[in-house]
Design a protein around this ligand. Structure first.
Ligand code: NCD
Length: 305
């Protein structure tokens, strides 16, 4: 039995195969519509979510399966003091697979050690978010037409933004990928990402605070929200929240082939006028996320396609 806690647990071949399953689902949805008949997915969400939880649920429904779960800790026995380990053992009696989001780093890992069904990490604190990365990888493959020879700009809250950590880990495995990390000094990537992934892997990267100076180099611009809920002080959040706001003007020096991505939700780091730009890919990313979650559920449940 296999869980998915970190994107690094998937080999490149497995990621390629998930992307090709997602592409096949997009082309032939009917072929997949009964594959999880009789199976149940539980969504255990201890933190707010729109896309991740609903796309897991939509994914399971589109595979013919059913869904149960909770969307806030307060409505679960966590409010009475139950541990993640006990909740995972309990829900294993009701469901065939579990997607869990939790504010504490490592909680889905603890769940996986105690559950008797696969656990999918749907975001753990400021740490990892592997299924968002699957959505991102599918978007890159379909919209850029390649996974290698890319300059990827990551902009915003690179310290607490878990989607960026998982994206860097995944894209570091492809050939000739270079990262441009754009953030205020206070929100630079954590040292484990810098040392364990970028430096140890010999991956070229640069850091800057000025988005306009690097815009013309980028093949992908991955914008992120400043993660208010992970700040220690509201004052610090207010000071940093508008560090980057992408406008049509700021895109004037960008490549025509640029792919603008964002895991969403957006607060105001991308101006709505940019939505009309054909280079804006963030709502496509949402859709691809559902197909990649379908492919992942099939893989972890051992359903052959
Ligand atoms: C992200 C998350 O939860 O980390 N959202 C998502 O799942 N698409 C990004 C964010 O909350 O800023």
């Amino acid at each position: 039995m296999r869980s998915l806690i970190s994107i690094e647990e998937l080999s490149r071949e497995e990621i390629d195969s998930l992307i090709s399953t997602a592409n096949d689902i997009i082309a032939n949805p009917k072929k997949y519509s009964e594959l999880c008949r009789g199976k149940k997915l539980a969504t255990l969400f201890y933190e707010p979510s729109t896309r991740t939880r609903l796309s897991f649920e939509a994914a399971m429904y589109e595979l013919g399966g059913n869904v149960l779960g909770f969307s806030e800790a307060q409505s679960s026995s966590a409010a009475k003091g139950e541990s993640v380990a006990d909740t995972a053992r309990t829900v294993s009696c009701y469901a065939d697979i579990i997607a869990m989001r939790h504010p504490k780093e490592g909680a889905p890992f603890v769940a996986a050690q105690n559950a008797s069904v696969p656990i999918i990490n749907a975001g753990d604190g400021g740490h990892n978010h592997p299924t968002q990365t699957l959505a991102d990888l599918c978007t890159i493959s379909r919209e850029c037409g390649r996974m290698s020879n890319l300059t990827i700009g990551c902009c915003g809250d690179l310290k607490f933004g878990r989607t960026v950590h998982s994206l860097i880990a995944a894209m570091s495995r492809y050939e000739n990928v270079r990262f441009v990390l754009i953030s205020p000094e206070e929100l630079r990537v954590p040292s484990y990402v810098r040392h364990d992934i970028l430096e140890r892997g010999g991956i070229p990267y640069s850091e800057t605070q000025d988005i306009s100076e690097v815009m013309g180099e980028l093949d992908i611009l991955y914008m992120t929200r400043v993660q208010r809920e992970r700040f220690f002080s509201e004052e610090e959040y207010l000071r940093l929240k508008d560090s980057y706001i992408l406008t049509a003007d700021k895109l004037s020096g960008a490549k025509d082939s640029l792919c603008i991505m964002h895991p969403l939700p957006r607060v105001n780091e991308i101006s709505v006028e940019v939505d009309r730009d054909p280079r804006a890919c963030y709502f496509k990313q949402v859709l691809y996320g559902k197909y990649m979650r379908m492919a992942l559920i099939l893989m972890l449940l051992g359903v052959s396609v």
